[in-house]
Write a protein that binds this ligand. Sequence first.
Ligand SMILES: [Mg+2]
Length: 267
Amino acid sequence: MTTTAQRVRRIALFDLDGTLIRPGSALQRMHMDAMAAAIAHATGRQDAFAYRGAELFYRGVNLAGFTDAGTVRTALRLAGAIEDEIAERLPEVVADMVGRLERSPLPGAGSAAGDLLPGARELLRALAEAGFALGASTGNARAVAAWKLRAAGLSGLLDDGGFGDTATEREDVARAGAASLTPPGSVPAGVLVGDTVRDVTAAHAAGLSCLAVTTGAATARELLAAGAEDVLPGLDGGGALDSVIRLSGPGAVGRSEAHLPLSHART
Ligand SMILES: [Mg+2]
């Protein structure tokens, strides 16, 4: 139970690709081109990332919900690296990918606003005005996320978050995102907005409800079966704002705390 000494901080975490940013966008393709080049440099294999609809594959592996670290780990494993080699080389490959992206011709701030999904910017602004702390829960490395948000014209709207530089599990990313927005003495309560089954399970692991959207590769049936508290066709039209507020209300707080391990409740 929440005590009077524990203030509840309402938070909303957002996945990026497929949730705020159009899947298969120019921004995502530049990210994946840099990833492919870094992997090729590390493994000697030239394997492109393949887009099928809203899904993304690497050597037949569906990357829905993967983190950057998880993608690199998978590529190194498929190239025959053993676990010790993977652990040793993973940070340098992620750093190489980030470096290649940052050295590529940089889209100007806001120049890729067309890569935003409808309603994304309006929802973030409305939630900030409603007093929510906003953050990312993304498989992108932190620098990649900042690069995409800047290009999409969202710089400054997300306060912090969880990222995929080293974490391979989305649950760890979401927990880090929730912790980043929760000051000492408060417990996180709120919502994670995402487009994959892994976003749903990550939300619950972090003690958050999940608003899932079908702008990515997953269907409403798949997202509901995974336990999403709400599923919408997108972020536009006001339904997402209502949903986030409703799911982070008093009823949701109790449900969230039932999932919240004590080790993740900052006191
Ligand atoms: Mg996504």
